[in-house]
Design a binder for this molecule. Structure first.
Ligand code: ADP
Length: 307
């Protein structure tokens, strides 16, 4: 079972030939409005991969909030995960270029109202889950509360600090597995290595040493079509190649990767197998437009793993 400290966002995207420059007004093509948000993506990806999923998600009381319950129900996720707050629901606006490049901004809305109190009320469910999974579209206080509950119960915690802000030292100390993409890894190097960042040697390895110092057990750095690296305090670094696929747009690839990681770890698989599962989930998501419709199910995953 996986517990997601969630975020829910209704994302509106327009497909364009090329991403607009500042001041430019472009003629767009398809308009897509779909429920998403990193937390929701993680939850539906984990559910489609066959995991039992629980979690907490805050929505507002505006028109966009009406997207939430049907979207949860369609994915087989319980609407009891939803917490209703006053104000606007999380909303995102973005562009998808023909080449697959994307550009997206998210206003968090109700996601920032998810509180440590909401989390405390859910503590039995958190303690009962194998893995607690969080991203940074919510505030740090509810994540730290959830991770503390999970760790006290001997469970794994996975942090995907995206969109990036520096995780606090206490939050790192409660994190079992830290999963970042290449730009987030760069930002962490800047924030955690400080003056040491210009020294020779592999910066990800140095970053790994620093996060191990906080008690993190594994650091994963994803690099799109270049694959991903796994650093563990107890083993040599491991490179997971990306699965060769025809990428349409990579929106959601990182979310699918993190969900694959959570599912593999909840199933108590060996690390190298977990990395293969995660990479396959990321690759499959890159082969379809958008995120919601692109997140793979177990059958697609098994097909790619066994191809
Ligand atoms: P994010 O979406 O957070 O920027 P990445 O782009 O690093 O994350 O993608 C996460 C993972 O998804 C990669 O490590 C890789 O395994 C997989 N992936 C992403 N893009 C591709 C691609 N074009 N081809 C194959 N795999 C991909």
């Amino acid at each position: 079972k996986i517990f997601v400290i969630g975020s829910f966002v209704v994302a509106s995207t327009v497909t364009v030939e090329a991403l607009p420059h500042p001041g430019e007004s472009l003629r767009g093509h398809a308009f897509l409005q779909e429920p998403g948000g990193k937390g929701f993506n993680l939850a539906i990806a984990a559910r489609r991969l066959g995991a039992s999923v629980d979690g907490l998600f805050a929505i507002g009381d505006d028109a966009l909030s009406a997207f939430a319950a049907p979207a949860f129900a369609r994915e087989g996720l319980s609407v009891s995960m939803l917490r209703h707050k006053t104000g606007v629901t999380g909303a995102g606006i973005g562009f998808i270029a023909r080449g697959g490049e994307t550009c997206l901004a998210v206003a968090p809305g109700a996601n920032h109202a998810l509180s440590a109190g909401d989390v405390r009320e859910a503590s039995p469910a958190i303690a009962a889950a194998d893995v607690c999974l969080a991203q940074f579209e919510v505030e740090e206080a509810p994540i730290a509360e959830a991770f503390a509950i999970a760790r006290a119960a001997g469970r794994l915690t996975i942090l995907n600090p995206s969109p990036y802000r520096r995780p606090s030292d206490p939050l790192l100390a409660l994190t079992s597995v830290l999963c970042v993409n290449a730009p987030e890894a760069e930002a962490l190097v800047r924030d955690l290595l400080g003056d040491a960042r210009d020294a020779d040697g592999d910066r990800s390895e140095r970053l790994a040493e620093v996060v191990f110092g906080f008690g993190v057990e594994a650091l994963i750095v994803t690099s799109g079509a270049q694959g991903a690296h796994l650093y563990r305090s107890s083993a040599k670094p491991h490179r997971q190649a990306a699965f060769p696929v025809e990428a349409v747009d990579t929106l959601g690839a990182g979310d699918a990767f993190a969900a694959g990681l959570a599912v593999g770890l909840a199933e108590r698989r060996a690390w190298l197998e977990v990395m293969r599962i995660a990479a396959a989930c990321g690759a499959l998501t890159a082969t379809k437009p958008g995120t919601f419709g692109a997140l793979p199910d177990r059958r697609a995953l098994e097909a790619l793993l066994n191809a």
